[in-house]
Design a protein around this ligand. Structure first.
Ligand SMILES: [Zn+2]
Length: 56
């Protein structure tokens, strides 16, 4: 049960900070893992670096 006006939140998988639901995520909220495009890019870059060191 949620209070009226409350939005769902998640913890960002990159920076670990909680972030709240946004309108732009209404269709993909279950898949959202990062608070921002920046964090998503950071996480992706980190993964890529681990998979293929030296690659930019
Ligand atoms: Zn984040």
């Amino acid at each position: 049960m949620r209070k009226k006006g409350d939005l769902p939140t998640k913890d960002c998988a990159s920076c670990g900070r909680p972030f709240a639901w946004r309108k732009k995520w209404e269709r993909v909220w279950d898949e959202v893992r990062y608070c921002s495009d920046r964090c998503r890019a950071e996480a992706k870059r980190g993964k890529d670096a681990a998979d293929a060191p030296g690659r930019s």
